[in-house]
Design a protein around this ligand. Sequence first.
Ligand code: GLA
Length: 633
Amino acid sequence: MKMSWAALLAMFAALPVMPAQAKDEPLAATGRWSPYTDGRAQTPPMGWSSWNAFATDIDEDKILGSAQALVRDGLAAKGYRYVNIDDGWAMQRRVKDGALIIRPGRFPLTNQPGRNASFRPLTDKLHGMGLKAGIYSDLGRNTCSQAFSPDETDLPKGSVLEREIGLYGHIDQDIDLFFSKWGFDFIKVDGCGVRAYGPDSEKVQTGKYRMLPPILNMDFVNRSDIPAVQGLFGQINAALDRNNPDGDYLLSLCIWGAADVRSWGKNVGNISRTSDDINPSWGRMLTNFDTAAKRAFYAHPGSWNDPDMLNIGKGDFDENHLTEARSHMTMWAMINAPLMIGMDLRQAPKSLLDIFGNAKVIAIDQDPAGHQAVVAFDSDDVQIFVKTLSTGEKAVAIFNRSAAPLEVDLTAAQMKYRDATDVTLVDLWNGQKRSFRTTTKMPIAGHQTLLFTARGSRMLDNGLYLSEQPGNVNPAVDGVTQPTPDPTIHRSATGWQRTRGSGEGPIYAGWGGVQPDRAPYGETLAINGKRFDTGIGVLANSRLEVRNHGYRHFVATVGVNDSARDTNRAATFAVYGDGKLLANSRELKWGSAGQQIAADVTGVKVIELVTRSTSSSAPPLPTTWADAALLKR
Ligand code: GLA
């Protein structure tokens, strides 16, 4: 017999309050919300970066020219504030005192007769224009262009030691220089210096650069030294604290999904790259998108997934490919990606400025609730993403990844709306309105993305499912014990290697991570043959932190997911409120019916959902918090 939530609550109220376990136990409830919230990234950062437009061939005219265009064309007023100088600005590091020297001749504003050049006049100028300023460095001694640039023209000059312009061994000194002295507001920290200068590097062997044992490996996650990489970012965090009393900074992690950073980047920085570099091809855009698209629970206000800068303006996204350019912009907005323009804005045609400047699309990216879109329908050609907005509406994107035109069906249920009432859609690219009930058909062109805001009657009218609010759910421990590459990420032929070699293998770890409305590994949510459209799929031995914004009840139906490979194991499920046990389940095996679980969370700030496997954990056990929701009454 099904019990009412009130009866369940009364039953759980009688549970003894157990003290939180020792803090060194990762599954022990802490009562804390742990993702990174320092710095200024309450919404994803927006701006412009020099890299996709100019690579290392940068100078003041190009940077200020694009900054002026941001203001002139009204993009700054729409939120594009950061003007980021990427790789290529440094000339050398003076050996006697470690001072960084700016490339002479490239930035006339920085000249100070009789003293070291300083970026301060340039950052002052940008600040005076209402903009913010960003700079680039590397975790190691040397940067990515020093490792990979095919030509020397724009690279640092001088002796081996003088050409060591990265942060390694100089973290505090450089962060002080960039932020306190030079006035920057943003730093991108690349990882080539701790990846590409091992003993086998030809440039190391020929004495061009010093060897630094690699701690990052792009091909094999278990050849990365994850604690060592985290340790360096920890030092950067501490230096930013020391040298940024006003807290106005933004830390951008650029280790391309290596070292399992897709799982932990949210703990140490404001934005974290999930893949290798984008380039202006449709296939590569898909690859970069995929590395972030199913990581909704790993992004929150303050710490966002970064599938790389926009590449609108070139190649498959130039003014002759406006459909593709709109799709790129739309999907970045849906997944709360940073919106960093990567083209030379001094020459941007109006058609592209209109894409960057679509205020309705920008508002989807910048929605203050901070919920990354969730996949509602998935296939190799069409995907449907749904994102909960702070207005109570949904944003819906129908993404035709294929070149062929198609007819698609959109259902009310995909937005968690009721079938029997009207759903109203407003197209954010052409302003058109339409309404439907239950299901509607629409044509979609090849590579097109349809983007709507949607209003309807919610299936859950007195609360919000947790899978509708990923920005409030953080996998403090996601149960993945052996990070393995995600095989579902599209692999394009147009990465760095193009079609040389044997092609990119699956390289981005995180397979088995926490999923909205699906089981880990992308399977259906189901407990003992009963299928659920809504819920959280998570491996056992996990702890999810949930921020509670004033809801009174937590409810879910829990159990081992039918997709478990080992059908003999069991799990228990527990709900904590600000560190205290509120409710727990009995031992549930594969094939046991789901158990309803409920907790009174009135006044609780952080709820924790802990799943424990009752026996050893190989292979990891997929479990389900089906229909998990926060309710008002
Ligand atoms: C790496 C980064 C790029 C860019 C270059 C600069 O490849 O991923 O975004 O910063 O380095 O060399």
